[in-house]
Design a protein around this ligand. Structure first.
Ligand code: ZN
Length: 240
């Protein structure tokens, strides 16, 4: 069964010449292209943008999304609280997966799902990032080398104020000296959430072969499963 994926992007930096030179179709376009390259053709992808009606996510889109990718940075506050609640409910109740990308760590939906402040250190000095894959048996690690490098990324550093990940797949080291838990898995209600730190808009991160693999692996991992619908509340005795 195909996995329906929506890539939500605030699409603001994407209009800047420097970013357009790297991502002519926008960050969402590059992320979509990476998912569309899937050899197993597991994904049906579409983009959703902040300036579209219903901020890109009317009910008919959200209800037909199995995994929602989220890229946001300067417009976190512009996202309607009511939309954040609808997204949160889709994760908690319906098991929709979420992949929070780069600066989406500080989005309203990230803070809602994590329940913490979600801040870190940061610096735009174009440090090299070395990403260590520390759970080689995890589905998100499939096909990756023991470590891989991005020649330039935005540095994010610990302390990263998120809950301890249930599964920590990546730890990153930056050439300026910082480290970060950079590939973090959580369950929230019936849904799964993956935070993936690389992806600053002025670097070609989403064109990197390994990162593209991470996006595909994360999409497959975060997809909902058809589990039982639990019963809550007062419950009759089963054994006669
Ligand atoms: Zn950034």
């Amino acid at each position: 069964m195909a996995i329906n994926i929506t890539i939500w992007n605030e699409n603001i930096h994407d209009k800047n010449d420097k970013v357009r030179a790297i991502y002519p179709e926008g960050l969402h376009g590059a992320i979509k292209a990476a998912l569309d390259e899937d050899e197993q053709k597991r994904f049906i992808t579409r983009a959703a943008l902040l300036d579209q009606p219903d901020q890109g996510l009317p009910d008919e889109v959200l209800e037909n999304t199995d995994v929602l990718f989220w890229w946001g940075h300067v417009a976190h506050d512009k996202v309607d609280d009511a939309l954040v609640e609808r997204v949160w409910k889709r994760v908690i109740s319906d098991g929709m997966g979420m992949v929070l990308l780069h600066s989406a760590h500080f989005s309203k939906i990230s803070k809602r799902l994590m329940g913490t402040v979600c801040r870190s250190k940061w610096r735009e000095s174009g440090d090299k990032e070395r990403i260590w894959v520390i759970e080689p048996g995890h589905p998100i690690a499939e096909g990756l080398p023991e470590y891989f490098e991005l020649p330039e990324e935005e540095t994010y550093g610990e302390r990263f104020d998120v809950p301890a990940p249930e599964e920590l797949v990546f730890i990153s080291w930056f050439s300026g000296g910082e480290v970060l838990r950079s590939g973090n898995c959580y369950h929230r209600g019936n849904g799964k959430v993956f935070y993936c730190q690389p992806g600053h808009e002025t670097f070609p991160t989403y064109l990197d072969t390994n990162i593209k693999k991470v996006l595909r692996n994360a999409a497959a991992w975060a997809a909902p499963v058809k589990g039982p619908v639990p019963t809550f509340g007062k419950y009759g005795i089963l054994e006669k």
